[in-house]
Ligand binder design. Structure first.
Ligand SMILES: [Mg+2]
Length: 376
């Protein structure tokens, strides 16, 4: 404790991960997922890892923009003691606007390194007690019959909550939820996510119909910029409305909360710029009495572990949707958390508790964090 720690070098890698089957939502389909791994090499010999999954349709990022953003942020890390990670986060965040996944990858890698050097699991460093969290699992868009079959097989594996992707047309969406509810019975929670596909009028109609099938929440019914539309739907719907794409940072959450436009917010660390900002969103949500949800992009067990540490650290997340690792047939993570039924169980290893198989990664950049040389 008390020892300073500086970043000397940042390695940026790409990984291409394959999915068991294509994953379809309202605005696109994923067959394989490109993600970026960030490794910070420190002057203490301890390295930290983070994941920056670029999701162009949500944060506007690509593999290339992540590399550029990391290069820029590396320049501001010079001479900073990263054990003071809150200050470091402020510096990183002030370096450039947006680029949330890149910030997430760098912040996570720094927190992994700091908690490793202190010999503690990350969730404990951030104030957490319990190491077990219970997640739902997501069913991608498909025919109502296929989605109902999927739901049954996950319930048989022990899941007590199912998240259902919707996206129109409305009559097919209703059929999807009806068939899933009929197939899995009354005891399993159903959450739905329209991924911005509906107009406010359609969302109000959907809410009235979906009530019949005991739907717990509706995520992002309308366009992400339509805060007024969200408010209209929230006040007209008996089912709680959760904002996802509408909320990136704590400022978005504060604005939506002050407008009384939603019942809850979905935090994703790749949207917020990492888990420190994610925890700020959680504070805003608590202050305004909003429900807290956590979600993920299509990311490896490394990114899922980071989000799980945030959730375990905070303790107040009500809806947990950390499941993209279950969709992957191949990824570069050797060892991470344990899954049992619908539970994610974090281990007692220091840091994130994740081992990366570097042999499966393609190195994109090696960025030195050093004092800028004066121009001659
Ligand atoms: Mg969502």
């Amino acid at each position: 404790m008390g020892d300073k720690m500086r970043v000397e070098k940042i390695n940026v890698y790409q990984a291409v991960m394959t999915l068991h089957k294509p994953f379809r939502i309202a605005y696109g389909e994923t067959r394989e997922a490109k993600t970026v791994f960030i490794e910070v090499v420190t002057d203490t010999g301890v390295n930290g890892w983070g994941e920056a999954p670029p999701t162009s349709k949500i944060t506007g990022e690509t593999v290339d923009t992540v590399v550029g953003a990391i290069r820029l942020m590396a320049g501001s890390l010079y001479d900073l003691d990263i054990t003071g990670y809150m200050d470091v986060y402020r510096v990183i965040d002030a370096t450039l606007r947006s680029n949330q996944a890149a910030k997430d990858g760098l912040v996570t890698a720094i927190l992994d390194a700091v908690s490793k050097s202190l010999g503690t699991p990350l969730y404990k460093l951030l104030g957490g007690g319990g190491n077990i969290i219970r997640s739902d699992v997501t069913i991608g868009l498909d025919s109502p019959e296929a989605m109902a079959r999927d739901a049954v097989s996950w319930v048989e594996r022990g899941f007590r909550a199912i998240k259902v992707k919707l996206g129109g047309p409305l009559e097919i969406d209703f059929e999807r939820v009806r068939m899933i509810r009929d197939s899995i019975g009354a005891g399993v929670e159903i959450r739905v996510d329209a991924n911005q596909a509906w107009s406010p009028k359609e969302a109000l109609k959907a809410s009235r119909v979906l009530e019949r099938y005991d739907v717990a929440i509706i995520e992002q019914p309308v366009h992400y910029r339509d805060y007024e539309g969200l408010r209209t739907v929230k006040w007209g719907s008996s089912i709680p409305i959760i904002a996802d794409e509408s909320v990136h940072t704590s400022r978005d959450a504060a604005l939506l909360a002050s407008m009384e436009a939603v019942d809850g917010v979905n935090v994703k660390i790749a949207k917020s710029g990492g888990m420190l900002e994610g925890l700020r969103i959680a504070s805003v949500a608590e202050a305004f009495g909003l429900d807290l949800m956590v979600g993920c992009m299509v990311e490896s067990p490394l990114g899922i572990a980071a989000a799980a540490h945030m959730v375990a650290a905070h303790g107040g997340f009500k809806y947990i949707d950390l499941d993209s690792d279950l969709m992957l047939s191949d990824h570069p993570v050797r060892d991470s958390f344990r899954r049992e039924r619908d539970e994610i169980i974090l281990g007692e290893k220091p840091g994130l508790g994740v081992e990366v198989d570097v042999g499966k990664l393609v190195k994109l950049a090696e960025i030195r964090v050093s004092k800028p040389q004066p121009a001659i």
